[in-house]
Design a protein around this ligand. Structure first.
Ligand code: NAP
Length: 453
């Protein structure tokens, strides 16, 4: 039995009705459906884009909406009725099978225990964000109960190894849920560890609440945490892709923490989005035509200098204390160059290529640091979620798609035609549901809707 394509038992309807009617703890008595609809990639299709350039690989062809068998609930886990999710770039990578098919992760994980073997399937339900309601908890879970309204961060770790007990990201068995595991957030149900759960912000709708998790927590660790750049008041922070997923939260975190964001974007509309968040210093990289490479192998220091001069122009002479990096190969040489003496380049990704090239003289002679960062530990994700719940940092949701349009939603992110975050309704029948604190919402409504198209 593959777990895919089983007979459809449409009993999530009862769950949705109960949640919409405010069932609360009573959801514990509802039957769990044998199967549910989830957005999947298929192991027998990993070669479908062979020979196609990255930019032309189309997630709409590789992502499917399948009926999948509901996984058995293990100790320490929770089964969630997913009201909404969001698209992250990791689903772009999974859907175009780059840099490698994620089924290799599932196989490796599946070998670790009989419980983990559930994840090794010929399909993968993708997605690393959710908002929803706890339906069941596994043995040993005491902090969360059926009926709790939650969001989930995406770090899947059992903490069996000693290595992760200072910082969970150092655990050799840490995985990104919905990317390196199965049964992710882009489905009607999802399987998570209970230590991924956090309270849903009461003033947000389901789709708003589902959207910040992965990128906001990642940006929090990179900029604020002692595991990242530890920004202090007055720091100048250069933010690549400042109107994208990560960047729109990096910009807010810098502003909230008393720093000075220098936002880099590629269109006038995205520049406006940065200004709407309160940023004053914005560089439109398309309009200003930076060419950091003269050809595929040769970088162009003259353009680093022109870019650095533009930053000084905007800041009144200051170089960035922190560079928030994720585009990778295309920008990394410039990032190392423009960081101030003793500054920090904090990187969590390599969207444009993971073999970076930079002039090391600028790093060692000026005592700069490159810090690698990856997602966030539970504490960091919790702190980031608290900022959302307080209404201090806001979602940056621009568009919301239905579950059967998840391919199109992922396509938009792959083509970089989106702004902020792209949301996906899962069980939520329409936008706008799930708000519990109307007064707090009213106070921040303009900020919550800044990115809406
Ligand atoms: N390690 C982790 O835990 C972690 C977590 C989250 C994301 N990531 C990775 O981080 C990357 C960004 O994620 P995201 O969610 O922010 O994606 P996103 O929503 O697509 O935003 C990325 C932004 O980067 C800018 N950009 C893209 N290519 C660029 C280039 N060649 N040069 C300069 N700017 C470029 C674009 O902005 P403009 O076109 O406006 O300049 C884009 O809006 C992805 O590779 C993702 O996989 C890693």
């Amino acid at each position: 039995m593959t777990g895919r394509m089983v007979t459809h038992v449409d009993s999530t309807t009862g769950i949705v009705d109960a949640i919409l009617a405010g069932a609360g703890r009573e959801v514990a008595g509802l039957p769990i459906p044998e199967s549910y609809r989830g957005v999947t990639v298929h192991a027998d299709e990993v070669e479908m884009f062979a020979g196609v350039p990255t930019s032309r690989k189309d997630p709409r062809q590789s992502l499917h909406l399948d009926q999948v068998r509901t996984p058995e609930l293990g100790p320490g886990e929770a089964l969630i009725a997913v009201m909404a999710s969001s698209i992250n770039f990791n689903t772009v990578w999974t859907s175009i099978f780059e840099p490698l098919p994620t089924f290799a992760f599932l196989k490796r994980y599946g070998r670790t225990s009989s419980l983990a073997a559930r994840h090794d399937q010929p399909f993968q339900v993708v997605g690393s964000d959710l908002s929803g309601v706890v339906l069941r908890v596994g043995a040993g879970v005491s902090l969360w109960k059926p009926g709790d309204e939650v969001v989930a961060h995406c770090l899947d770790v059992s903490l069996e190894s000693a290595d992760g007990h200072d910082d969970t990201l150092l655990d050799p068995q840490q995985r990104i849920w919905g990317y390196e595991t199965n049964y992710g957030g882009l489905g009607e149900l999802a399987l998570v560890r209970a230590n991924q759960l956090m309270p849903k912000a009461a003033h947000l709708t389901w789709e708003e609440a589902a959207s910040p998790g992965l990128v906001h927590s990642t940006a929090y660790r990179q900029i604020v945490s002692r595991n990242g750049a530890q920004m202090k008041q007055g720091d100048v922070v250069l933010i690549w892709g400042a109107a994208g997923g990560l960047g729109s939260f990096a910009t807010q975190l810098v502003l909230r923490g008393g720093g000075v964001p220098v936002c880099v974007v590629s269109s006038a509309a995205k520049a406006d989005a940065c200004r709407a968040m309160g940023a004053e210093l914005v560089i439109d990289r398309s309009a200003e035509g930076y060419q950091f490479w003269t050809d595929e192998h040769t970088d162009n220091p003259k353009e680093w200098k022109r870019f650095g001069a533009r930053i000084r122009d905007l800041t009144g002479g200051d170089d960035p204390d922190i560079v928030f990096e994720h585009p990778g190969r295309e920008t990394f040489g410039a990032s190392v160059f423009v960081a101030r003496r003793g500054g920090t380049i904090v990187t969590c990704a390599s969207t444009s290529g993971y073999t970076h090239q930079y002039d090391n003289r600028h790093l060692w002679m000026h005592l700069k640091k490159i810090v690698g960062s990856h997602f966030a530990n539970y504490r960091e994700a919790w702190e980031a979620n608290r900022l959302i719940s307080k209404g201090w940092i806001h979602p940056t949701l621009s568009t919301v798609y239905s579950l059967d349009e998840a391919g199109q939603a992922t396509y938009d992110v792959h083509r970089n035609v989106h702004q902020g975050k792209v949301g996906v309704r899962c069980l939520a029948p329409r936008d706008g549901l799930g708000v519990r604190d109307h007064e707090l919402r009213e106070r921040h409504l303009d900020a919550i809707n800044r990115f809406r198209l």
